[in-house]
Write a protein that binds this ligand. Structure first.
Ligand code: PGA
Length: 244
């Protein structure tokens, strides 16, 4: 059980359409019943839904984020890309950067750093994902990998308060596996020592069952939730269980 102010961030990945937004009514009603300032709820839908979702959530405490952005601060000839200024203009307040699904398709620490820099300049807050692969975990180089991702990703970023770090081990994403409680506590502590001033969240297979264990890890500031955030009842129950 916790009384801490926690972040619950929904990462919808490439799921959802306009009809999906109706399912959020339950979440809106739920948040209206809760005492203010207990937690922060952020939805990161696909780009196509940022604008309608921001309108739907206008009179609520729930905020909207994007799942990636281009590194250029300016408009430009980049087919298929969206920059942080554009995201901000349609109501996004956050952007997820450095997600492993994008790192695996070639995003380098350097590129992620450029994206973070541009996003902060545009006035967005950043959900900065870091994490080790299974082979790195087996080789026991997790801390080394995380230190490198933090050092390079946050190079020249002064205001760490605008950064929420999401520790997401690659092997835990969508797999049903999570780190051992003691290991996770130690890793989160380590991340906090390397990125002073940033909140640190956990992501990777957070669900209705394992939330009972995860909520006991008292140095965590919240969760980045993929699959389990797509069904409103599950998402609400995860939040409720965190505080029970
Ligand atoms: P998952 O995804 O909860 O479905 O494992 C988390 C994420 O990729 O952010």
């Amino acid at each position: 059980m916790t009384n801490k102010y926690m972040y619950f961030i929904a990462n919808w990945k490439m799921f959802g359409d306009l009809r999906t937004l109706n399912t959020l009514n339950k979440v809106i009603i739920f948040t209206k019943k809760i005492k203010k300032n207990k937690f922060k709820l952020i939805y990161c839908p696909p780009s196509t839904l940022i604008c309608p979702l921001a309108k739907t959530l206008k009179k609520t405490s729930i905020e909207v984020g994007a799942q990636n952005c281009h590194e250029s601060e300016n408009y430009g000839p980049y087919t298929g890309q969206i920059n942080s200024k554009m995201l901000k203009s349609v109501g996004a307040k956050y952007v997820i950067l450095g997600h492993s699904e994008n790192r695996l398709s070639g995003e380098s620490d350097k590129l992620i750093n450029l994206k973070i820099t541009a996003a902060i300049k545009a006035g967005l807050k950043v959900i900065f994902c870091i994490g080790e692969s299974l082979s790195e975990k087996r080789k026991k180089v997790t801390k080394k990998i995380l230190a490198k991702q933090i050092k390079n990703g946050l190079n020249k970023i002064k205001n760490k308060k605008r950064i929420l770090i999401a520790y997401e081990p690659f092997w835990a994403i969508g797999s049903g596996l999570i780190p051992k409680e003691s290991e996770l506590f130690e890793t989160i502590d380590y991340i906090k020592s390397k990125a002073r001033g940033s909140k640190v969240l956990y992501g990777g297979s957070v669900n209705l069952k394992n939330i009972n264990n995860l909520k006991n890890i008292n140095n965590l500031d919240g969760f980045l939730i993929g699959g389990a955030s797509q069904v409103s009842n599950n998402f609400i129950d995860i939040i409720k269980k965190t505080y029970n």
